[in-house]
Ligand binder design. Sequence first.
Ligand code: FMN
Length: 381
Amino acid sequence: MKPASVADYRELARRRLPPMFFEYIDGGSYAEATLRRNVADMEAIALRQRVMRDMSQLDLSVEIFGQKLSMPVGLAPVGMAGMYARRGEVQAARAAAEAGIPFCLSTVSVCSVDEVAAAGTPPWFQLYMLKDRGYMRELLGRAKAAGCRVLVFTVDLPLPGARYRDVRSGFSGATALSGALNTAWQGMTHPGWSWDVYQNGKPHTLGNVQSAVNGGRRVTDFLGWIARNFDRSVTWADLDFVREVWDGPIVIKGVLDPEDARDAVKAGAQGLVVSNHGGRQLDGVRSSISALPAIVDAVGSDLEVFMDGGVRSGLDVLKALALGAKACFLGRAWAYALGAGGQPMVEKMLGTIRSELSTAMVLTGCVSAASADKLLLDVAS
Ligand SMILES: Cc1cc2nc3c(=O)[nH]c(=O)nc-3n(C[C@H](O)[C@H](O)[C@H](O)COP(=O)(O)O)c2cc1C
């Protein structure tokens, strides 16, 4: 199949990846109501078609923290991408650089921040607050030294949400023996992935936390360490600790409530991502796109407001801009494309998003992404 839309990359990833990795990407928490809502609420928004306006000059670019993005899109932090394609984070970072947009590296990436930075452009760096503050300090220092400028501090994961699909697929909760047998079986039945990732994509460790996990050999050893080390005691005061180590822009990721957004401003953040972690944490919360307008009203003039969750096309990007986001982040869209075929597929997917966004801008009469506003929407929707 030649992929034309994000749904097609999803299908290709489903065929190529062992079920434990496909389900990890595709799934959400509990009954997945929020995961579905993210997509359904985005779909329900109607764009307002306008015609016969000179749309020969379009400007898709936006400027964020002094960096010009060729379009208002970034790649959200996605854990373990190095298990979806050989050295997956490096491949995705290169695709993002090629497209002129930021790539945000997860704390729980296979490739370390040094490896990704050395392969091209230093990424934005995503941080989970872990109990071991000494280690956090060291990790932030490494990201800084690697040239990362923007820190994305994820605040909606003081503990991991329950993802039933991961239990069913054997990704989590298996004993060492049954886990190893299951992995071997899934690998054997997915030879393309086995050759690319299992044989040629080693080491399969989590590069950023490797030195803290003594004796870890498999990705699941690392995930166990991380799960034990998430810090539930974290508060806004901890941002002071981060600020001591980080002098660049700090973006708070995982805000759904305007009061939390105001607290993020008070705590000195430069940006926030309206996000429910792609429906992977507290199932039942509202969709990101429905949470966006109230947050923009509350803090939109104080810091940069971004959103993620349910963005599956360039049309969705324009809807988010119309509701006040400065840019959106793609999560599953790039993870599917990476799983479908590495960097070339991520580049192709980003090309699709760009051309869909252009089409939507032309047919709504929006000449520049930076000036998108509510007038692009059909108010009856
Ligand atoms: C497989 C997967 C792994 C993720 N890992 C992380 C992570 O390590 N850190 C983080 O802040 N968010 C993580 N997220 C959440 C994404 O950054 C983003 O919020 C979410 O995917 C957006 O929703 P979407 O997938 O509908 O685009 C992950 C999402 C997925 C699908």
